[in-house]
Design a protein around this ligand. Structure first.
Ligand SMILES: *Cc1c(COP(=O)(O)O)cnc(C)c1O
Length: 358
């Protein structure tokens, strides 16, 4: 197989072990003589995989007993709607830190108009920083944040204190660092960045925040439906859950989330140091808010004309997925859990070679 350094932003690089286990389960699930996609989800073999995946999620993130872990379909984008449906009665507060945060806020506004309020935004500087010094309204039903801004490469590095229920979209940094789940009321995300493949969405929810709104909630959107049926109210996305199961096993075998964090810090430092050292490049995110997962940079002033040349140079050396999102331009290297340090070293070497070549 062709050797590449996969820096895709999502879907993205996954542990080879997880992919190989997935191929095996597609051929013969647990020695049943049938594929995992050919069996009923109401079988012991599947139920044990489902239960094991929940248990791994709980163990790796140290999730307290009063929280439920749910796996549903629809992507993180469906949660932009499900969150206000389940939690917004009088007011919801949103932090606007990028495209996904904007979409989450827009959905709450679409449903409940002025009851959705924007507390702070970094749109003034094209989302290159995380707003600080804002006040979370104490009368809000919840405060919604996006912990990692996949497109702009900024990240909220700590589990913040919030006077109201904290809701976090952790699509692109879940399992990248240890978190204190007890600081949050609800955490959700699509699996396809750090914990698996598209098709399954994880939800971690503290049960006591539910059942407080006066409206009728459609069955599939009501978190209580999925709590009651252990995420098996309807057919769960079995294959994406299986890939998530294998990805989590891999995280555990690597030493867990603390060990992932250590490696992520190391990888990010390597690349940010080169961006800061190499006169050809410049980082786009404010230094204190730099993401450990999505590293954005552009050509430095006076070198803008070399962008295409560097892209071609990097491509020749096996770099994949380093084109920045169109709203930022330049380059973005996503260094998720499964991205090996060797890939980051190869990209750094490529930047150094390019510097010598031009
Ligand atoms: C990718 C991404 C999403 C969208 O996820 P879908 O599962 O495709 O709906 C939402 N939020 C963040 C932070 C993301 O990175």
């Amino acid at each position: 197989m062709k050797i590449v350094h996969n820096f895709n932003a999502g879907p993205c690089v996954l542990p080879k072990d997880a992919i190989n286990a997935g191929i095996e389960a597609l051929k013969d699930f647990k020695g049943s003589g049938m594929s995992v996609i050919e069996i009923s989800h109401r079988t012991k073999d599947w139920e044990s995989t489902m239960a094991e995946t929940v248990a791994l999620f709980r163990e790796l993130l140290n999730i307290p007993d009063n929280y439920k872990v749910l796996f549903v379909g629809g992507g993180a984008s469906t949660q932009f709607m499900a969150v206000p449906f389940n939690l917004l009665e009088n007011k919801a507060a949103y932090l606007e830190t990028g495209v996904w945060a904007k979409k989450a806020f827009a959905e709450a506004k679409l449903l409940y108009g002025d009851k959705a309020v924007k507390v702070a935004s970094s749109a003034d500087l094209n989302f290159t920083y995380i707003p600080k010094g804002y006040e979370i309204p104490k009368d809000a039903d919840y405060f919604h944040i996006t912990t990692n801004n996949t497109i702009y490469g900024t990240e909220i590095h700590t589990d913040m204190d919030s006077p109201v229920t904290l809701v976090a979209d952790m699509s692109s940094d879940i399992m990248s660092r240890p978190i204190d789940v007890s600081k949050y009321g609800l955490i959700y995300g699509g699996a396809q960045k750090n914990v698996g493949t598209a098709g399954v969405t994880f939800i971690i929810v503290r049960e006591d925040i539910l059942g407080k709104v006066s409206r009728v909630i459609p069955t599939m959107v009501d978190y209580r439906t999925h709590i009651k049926e252990d995420s098996m109210f309807n057919t769960p996305p079995v294959f994406p859950i299986l890939i998530m199961n294998e990805t989590l096993k891999w995280v555990k075998a690597q030493g867990g989330v603390a060990s992932m964090y250590k490696k992520n810090v190391e990888k990010a430092a390597l690349l940010y140091n080169e961006i800061d050292r190499n006169p050809l490049f410049v980082g786009t995110a404010a230094k204190e808010d730099r993401s450990l997962m999505n590293i954005c940079f552009v050509m430095n002033k006076g070198h803008e004309d070399k962008e295409e040349a560097f892209m071609a140079f990097a491509k020749e050396r096996g770099m994949v997925g380093i084109k920045g999102h169109r709203s930022v331009g330049g380059f973005r290297a996503s260094t998720y859990n499964a991205c090996p340090i060797e890939s980051v070293q190869a990209l750094v070497a490529c930047m150094q070679e390019f510097e010598k070549a031009v």
